[in-house]
Design a protein around this ligand. Sequence first.
Ligand code: SF4
Length: 232
Amino acid sequence: MAALVSDTLSRVSRDVVGCERCPRLRRWCREVARTKVKRFRDQGYWGRPVPGFGDPRARLLVIGLAPAAHGGNRTGRVFTGDRSGDFLFAGLHRAGFASHPESVGRDDGQRLRDCYIAPVARCAPPANKPTPAEIVSCREYLLREWALLPDLRAVLVLGRIALDGFLAMLRETGRPVPRGLAFGHGTTHDLGDGVRLFCSFHVSQQNTFTGRLTPRSFDAVLAKVKRHLARG
Ligand code: SF4
């Protein structure tokens, strides 16, 4: 995981926030930030790309899909200020990775311990669906973070698109990707060099409201992650 000597996580964040590579997404995020939604009409929206967030010494990397229009695109922090974030951070808190069970704003005192969160696309997409080309355009940022997180031992992907985006990024690093990697809630795969991949259904309301993903089934995946990390 060799990083460019001059690169830093702060530089990656700065580059993300200033990125304009995907015109469709940049237009959409600005428009959402301008029009807002009724319940947040008194708030200022971030409206820019959303950088990764977490502990620079993290052993766990959580990879999501993209910020939500009225979540990360409003607050400026991934999985912050929406129902998906409520579910994710509550789980991370129960597992000891997050200081607080809620994640409501950039000034809420939330701290991640041993964990870093990064989406495969950094701008909120219409209908929560970035195009494959937009994910490719955004890959550079995940690549750089991957190189700048030297202690990583576990990767938790939230959903199949996050898995595909992560594996494509991994191939670009030149690291061999095992064949036949299947996505399924709770499946795990050895990535070599002591790094293990864990899969979970995405923490979207579509899954959590329907009971496809429950706190218990999410905790079970995080327990596997913790057992792996405890083995050193
Ligand atoms: S999705 Fe990524 S590459 Fe596209 S504009 Fe946003 S930050 Fe830039």
